[in-house]
Design a protein around this ligand. Structure first.
Ligand code: FES
Length: 69
């Protein structure tokens, strides 16, 4: 049974990418399913990986700081 249609619609979501890589998502509630299938819920703000090097995809773990420019 698909319960997604029972969830309330987000009123506002803000997304932008920092020049260093992370994609910052701001919303009242953010539901994330990680690559290992684990689900995690955030409230307010989180950073998604925009560089592809995180060991905690799709979340940023700071690994982008180790990329040589
Ligand atoms: S953007 Fe931070 S680890 Fe990829």
């Amino acid at each position: 049974m698909n319960t997604d249609k029972d969830k309330p619609i987000q009123s506002s979501v803000s997304i932008f990418q920092k020049p260093s890589g992370p994609i910052v998502v701001s919303a009242e509630q953010i539901d994330v399913q990680k690559n290992d299938g684990a689900k995690q819920q955030f409230f307010g703000k989180l950073s998604l990986c925009g560089c592809g090097r995180s060991n905690n995809l799709p979340l940023c773990d700071g690994s982008h700081k180790n990329i040589a420019s």
